[in-house]
Write a protein that binds this ligand. Structure first.
Ligand code: M6R
Length: 593
């Protein structure tokens, strides 16, 4: 899980790849490095630490029109200088950056590279030396293809060769790599957001493809060396989404974008009261006997709302699976299941692995995603765009609410019931605005009270419990406070033992049927020393509640209660002076198993 970027053209390669790398920092930020052409040689700068540090250690004194760069999320080996990319082969001929994981690297090292010295603990250094090994008997192109044929795992590679100083070699398998074309040159990147703004067309390399970029020209080959067609697409990037605007952090900007995202979804999926969704998709769901949602993290928590909608509105049994669990387990399948994958990035490897597994078995695959050009979209029979525009902050916010909004519309379309969904979603967007504008001081105040806690609990029942799951994830990932989400009824079956004097327990109450019982469960915790907080819906609120949210339809309340949780997490992290957009140990897109 790393980001790579390369450039060759007429402009300063250093600026282009460093700018691109900054936009890829969401993919990992343990260490970074760059290799730049300098006359007839390449200069390498790398170190542990963020890209800002790489910019400081890079030499700006020479002209360069070609370079490759890398930002790392450590998978093999510690975070240190030696393990940072680029890696260089023993005879210093080949230089490489790698995103992915080579599963058989130890075997390759023993079988072919026993005479080689290794300076890092990475699998990537094995690849660059394997290429060197074969280059002694064949051309660079053949050596790269030969090495590719022996690698097991995932890899996007950019390779430089000192004997072919005008060429960047690109290789791709199971992890994304895009090639963008502009008037001044060619940029290669793990994600199209890293392209300079003048790139007007791009292609996403297919798996097991090899590209040679030379003389402003891109040629693509398969593993056998046969040239294949380059299929370019027009590039339209939303510049606003990938800039921070006037905000200090992307996370706050993205939280505050949520009303617009909901309105964009309404515009896309409604024509007056009619839902605009592919009829074939609606039929495919109607004809299925079970819906299986598959996702990770925030997208998984959003899927629980999908389960709620499809079971309540459509009467179709629905289950939510953690993608990484489905990779190795083979749960019993019904006769006609359909799989709905939820993924902001569309590049989460656990989801892709499961998707391929069930696609190969012949099941219909749907993706609800923010990335309609992603790998998951590519493998899907149906794609639903969540219209959230680029989400940069590692902590997901707008993709959670957007995914749920799209699921609610899909469920309505399948159920054919006359609900007031369009108005209700419009109301949600207004209430989120109200939370952002009017409830901010109260949320900040609550954040100041809980910021020094060692542990925090969120409790709720039913759909409030699912919002608690997401609220707790937000708090833990950016505030680093151990925060757990509990079904309030479960607390007394063991976990209540952890309540100490002053432990914050935050109850979310937005459902009439469970309002009093959740409040009673909170009282039980308070009697044991907890400091209780309540986030409630206006119609159910007690005057002493801490945060009272204006009413929305009862089945859409996680769309608003979660915004309070997002802001609470944001302000706690702000008080603690944490790196909000790039929390420690994390990366935005999890492209490793
Ligand atoms: O891109 P995806 O939605 O597939 O990502 C899945 C999770 O890694 C992601 O939702 C993660 O939990 C959030 N970024 C946490 O805020």
């Amino acid at each position: 899980m790393c980001g790579i970027v390369g450039y060759v053209g007429s402009l300063d390669a250093r600026t282009i790849v460093l700018d691109g790398l900054k936009k890829l920092e969401y993919r990992g930020y343990d260490s970074s490095g760059i290799a730049l052409r300098c006359n007839n040689d390449f200069k390498i700068f790398k170190d542990k630490g963020r890209i800002a540090h790489l910019c400081e250690i890079t030499d700006y004194s020479f002209k360069t029109n070609m370079g490759i760069a890398h930002t790392r999320w450590a998978t093999h080996g510690m975070v240190n200088y030696e393990n940072s990319h680029p890696h260089i082969s023993n005879n210093k001929r080949f230089i490489l950056v790698h995103n992915g994981i080579i599963e058989n690297y130890r075997k390759l090292k023993i079988d072919y590279l026993s005479d080689y010295s290794f300076y890092s603990e990475t699998d990537s250094e094995v690849i660059v030396n394997l290429i060197e090994f074969y280059s002694k008997k064949m051309s660079a192109e053949q050596a790269i293809r030969k090495a590719m044929s022996m690698l097991e795992g995932s890899y996007a590679l950019l390779i430089l060769d000192k004997e072919n100083m005008d060429t960047i070699y690109c290789v791709k398998n199971k992890t994304p790599l895009n090639i963008g074309v502009s008037n001044d040159g060619i940029t290669i990147a793990s994600d199209i957001i890293a392209f300079p703004s003048n790139v007007n067309k791009f292609l996403s390399l297919d798996d097991q493809r090899f590209a040679i970029i030379k003389n402003n020209n891109v040629k693509i080959f398969d593993l056998m060396g046969f040239e294949v067609e380059a299929n370019y697409k027009e590039l339209k990037l939303d510049e606003y989404s990938i800039s921070k605007g006037n905000y200090e952090h992307y996370m706050l900007k993205e939280i505050e974008e949520q009303p617009d995202v909901i309105r964009r979804i309404i515009t896309k999926y409604f024509d007056n009261e009619n839902v605009l969704i592919d009829k074939n998709l609606i039929e495919a769901i109607k004809n299925s006997d079970k819906i299986n949602f598959v996702a990770c993290g925030t997208s998984l928590y959003a899927s629980f709302m999908g389960k709620y909608f499809f079971e309540k509105l459509c009467g179709i049994p629905t289950e939510c699976f953690i993608a990484s669990e489905l990779v190795y387990s083979n749960p019993l399948m019904t006769k006609k299941p359909i799989f709905i994958f939820v993924s902001q990035s569309g590049e989460t490897l656990d989801c892709i692995t499961v998707m391929k597994k069930y696609k190969d078995l012949g099941y219909k695959i749907v993706s609800i995603t923010n990335s309609v050009e992603s790998t998951m979209a590519y493998f899907s029979d149906f794609i639903l765009d969540i219209c959230a525009n680029t989400e940069v902050s590692v902590a997901s916010t707008k993709s959670y609410t957007a995914s749920i909004a799209v699921m609610s519309i899909l469920a309505k379309a399948v159920s054919n019931q006359k609900t007031n969904l369009k108005n209700n979603l419009n109301r949600v967007s207004l209430v989120i605005e109200n939370i952002i504008q009017d409830l901010k001081p109260l949320i900040k105040d609550m954040a100041s009270k809980i910021k020094d806690s060692n542990a925090i609990f969120y409790i709720g029942r039913g759909i409030d419990y699912w919002a608690c799951d997401e609220g707790a994830l937000k708090l833990k990932e950016i505030s680093y406070i151990n925060t757990e989400s509990y079904s309030s009824g479960e607390l007394k079956h063991g976990t209540i033992a952890l309540i100490e004097k002053g432990t914050p327990v935050i109850a979310i109450v937005t459902q009439e049927g469970t309002n009093s019982i959740v409040r009673s469960n909170l009282e039980e915790a308070i009697s044991r020393g907890a400091k209780g907080y309540v986030i409630s819906l206006e119609s159910l609120a007690y005057s002493k509640d801490d945060i009272i949210i204006p009413n929305v339809a009862h089945y859409l309340t996680p769309l608003v209660s979660v915004v309070v949780c997002q802001m609470l997490a944001y302000y706690v992290a702000l008080y603690k002076n944490n790196d909000i957009d790039r929390p420690k140990n994390l990366a935005k897109s999890v492209t490793v198993e």
